[in-house]
Design a protein around this ligand. Structure first.
Ligand SMILES: *[C@@H]1O[C@H](CO)[C@@H](O)[C@H](O)[C@H]1NC(C)=O
Ligand SMILES: *[C@@H]1O[C@H](CO)[C@@H](O)[C@H](O)[C@H]1NC(C)=O
Ligand SMILES: *[C@@H]1O[C@H](CO)[C@@H](O)[C@H](O)[C@H]1NC(C)=O
Ligand SMILES: *[C@@H]1O[C@H](CO)[C@@H](O)[C@H](O)[C@H]1NC(C)=O
Ligand SMILES: *[C@@H]1O[C@H](CO)[C@@H](O)[C@H](O)[C@H]1NC(C)=O
Ligand SMILES: *[C@@H]1O[C@H](CO)[C@@H](O)[C@H](O)[C@H]1NC(C)=O
Ligand SMILES: *[C@@H]1O[C@H](CO)[C@@H](O)[C@H](O)[C@H]1NC(C)=O
Ligand SMILES: *[C@@H]1O[C@H](CO)[C@@H](O)[C@H](O)[C@H]1NC(C)=O
Length: 457
């Protein structure tokens, strides 16, 4: 059975997709990076931030581990981490030991004497990746600390924005079809710890109408149910923070986008139930001619090109030798938009083209049914991930009737066969392309066709 070839042109768009791809299933971080500030002499015991893991299966229980080193710019290993610890069950990072000016200078020296701006730690989810260097989302996240070479500022000098949100934007990635879970905690813990008299409250605007919830007491944000990417793939939420200190009240709003990650949970289907096409081969019979196309729709997005051929196979049936030599199937995938619950989400169309794999002699005549087995091999059900496409193929012979006697002038040096430059075919409506004389390739006129030619009437 012949494997179909795959067209490349439609794939470029698909590379943009944020797919989990081959990532092993299991617990995962809802972000690949977290940010917080670190000040000189911040007291031991200061809570810094929470990292959150989401579950793939209801029974999973997260356990967090910190990688043993602090890294500086250019991912260079700076020093053993003697300062920051994590609560393995809750994901709370805290200062176990104050970072005094002495340690600060030491880290700066390890950083080649350059001013220290940012360091990071790696947080792993158990089971931990074997090599420390391999911190890859979704099983590992980096926690970045901006180093401020000063002590924690007076609470009254902090601006509302600094009291509410980290410097960098918030954004989250959540897998579809997974159990609901907590993926964020709003409070800036060092601020809350060091400035207890400033009241900071949060709300997730519109979250309640959508499948998100912000608990008023803990300020934890959770999904209320499993998300479905085929219904909606991006939630552009807005977080609102209100700061009250004495008589002063101020509000800050920031975007809070959530992207839903796809999995292969939709089978291929034929739009409108059309799974059969008729294909007539008559005047156009040259190798490469597309004789029919059938379209397959899949509500899932498709991963980057390399995986596509492995995941989405198409096989020409049956094994008839003539058919196998004469036809091939080309697979042309492309991204499309599908209407879903009032908005559009990305989906995929796969065009399967039945193509002549060789030029057919004009005398060739036959009718046959070909089938193409399309297999979305990662689809886990329910139901089959396979589809049969049918092509009713008729190969019609072309008869050439030349008007009366016809003389070709042929070079003396021509031997048994000579090449004819151009033949005009009477009453022919379509281009004729193929072998003029069966089995005699030497006699194939290159320009054989029906274009109106000055030499023709
Ligand atoms: C893919 O789809 C886009 C938009 O519908 C279209 O413009 C483009 O020609 C298609 N590409 C292929 C290779 O079919
Ligand atoms: C820091 O860690 C040490 C031992 O690892 C522990 O004895 C100490 O209580 C910790 N300090 C804080 C502030 O958590
Ligand atoms: C930190 O600031 C102090 C003065 O406040 C300065 O002497 C020192 O060089 C700075 N250290 C670094 C690493 O920038
Ligand atoms: C918070 O307020 C209380 C009483 O109003 C006061 O005693 C305390 O010093 C204040 N703490 C800070 C860190 O400002
Ligand atoms: C294809 O052939 C089958 C069986 O001969 C027939 O039932 C069907 O109507 C044909 N379909 C098309 C689109 O020609
Ligand atoms: C098409 O033709 C090529 C060479 O002409 C051959 O190798 C191949 O097996 C044929 N069939 C398909 C389906 O590509
Ligand atoms: C579809 O949209 C309606 C109204 O906007 C909403 O109530 C419902 O939850 C949405 N369904 C899904 C699956 O997102
Ligand atoms: C589809 O592909 C899967 C995975 O490669 C395979 O297990 C299954 O047998 C295939 N189905 C058919 C009908 O060929």
């Amino acid at each position: 059975m012949a494997k179909a070839t795959s067209g490349a042109a439609g794939l470029r768009l698909l590379l943009l997709l944020p797919l989990l791809g081959e990532a092993p299933l299991g617990l995962y971080f809802s972000r690949d990076a977290y940010w917080e500030k670190l000040y000189v002499d911040q007291p031991a015991g200061t809570p810094l931030l929470y990292v959150h893991a989401l579950r793939d299966a209801p029974e999973e229980v997260p356990s967090f581990r910190l990688g043993p080193h602090l890294y500086g710019a250019y991912r260079t290993r700076l020093h053993e981490n003697n300062w920051i610890r994590i609560q393995e069950d809750t994901g709370l990072l805290y200062l176990n030991q104050s970072l005094d000016r002495g340690s600060w200078e030491k880290l700066s020296i390890h950083n080649g004497g350059f001013p220290l701006l940012t360091v990071y730690l790696q947080v792993f989810l158990l089971p931990m990746s074997l090599r420390e260097g391999e911190c890859q989302w979704p099983g590992c996240a980096r926690v970045y600390f901006s180093f401020i070479n000063a002590s924690f500022p007076a609470c009254s000098s902090l601006k509302a924005r600094e009291l509410c949100f980290p410097e960098t934007g918030l954004s989250f990635r959540i897998r579809e079809n997974r159990p609901p879970g907590t993926f964020h905690q709003f409070r800036l813990l060092p601020v809350q710890f060091l400035c207890p008299n400033i009241s900071v409250t949060y709300r997730l605007l519109e979250g309640e109408a959508l499948p998100f919830r912000c608990a008023p007491d803990s300020l934890e944000v959770s999904t209320r149910r499993a998300l479905d990417r085929e219904q909606r793939e991006k939630y552009e939420l807005v977080a609102r923070c209100t700061v009250r200190a004495g008589a002063r009240e101020e509000a800050v709003m920031v975007p809070f986008p959530v992207t839903v990650y796809d999995e292969d949970d939709s089978p291929p289907t034929c739009p409108g139930g059309v799974d059969t096409a008729s294909a007539e081969v008559e005047f156009k019979r040259k190798e490469g001619t597309v004789v029919a196309t059938l379209r397959v729709f899949d509500a899932d997005v498709v991963p980057a090109s390399g995986e596509l051929v492995r995941r989405y196979t198409s096989t020409l049936l049956p094994g008839d030798a003539w058919a196998q030599q004469t036809f091939r199937v080309e697979h042309w995938p492309n991204e499309t938009l599908a209407q879903a619950n009032g908005s559009f989400v990305r989906a995929t169309v796969h065009d399967y083209r039945l193509v002549l794999n060789r030029s057919l002699p004009i005398s060739e005549s036959r009718a046959l049914q070909l089938a193409v087995l399309v297999n979305d091999s990662d689809f886990q059900g329910p139901g089959p991930g396979v589809l049969l496409l049918h092509f009713n193929v008729s190969v019609l012979p072309v008869s050439l009737r030349l008007p009366g006697a016809y003389a070709f002038s042929v070079s003396r040096r021509a031997r048994r066969f000579a090449q004819i430059g151009r033949v005009c075919v009477e009453n022919c409506l379509a281009d004729l392309a193929g072998d003029a004389v069966p089995g005699r390739d030497e006699a194939r006129p290159p320009g054989l066709g029906c274009q109106k030619h000055p030499g023709c009437r």
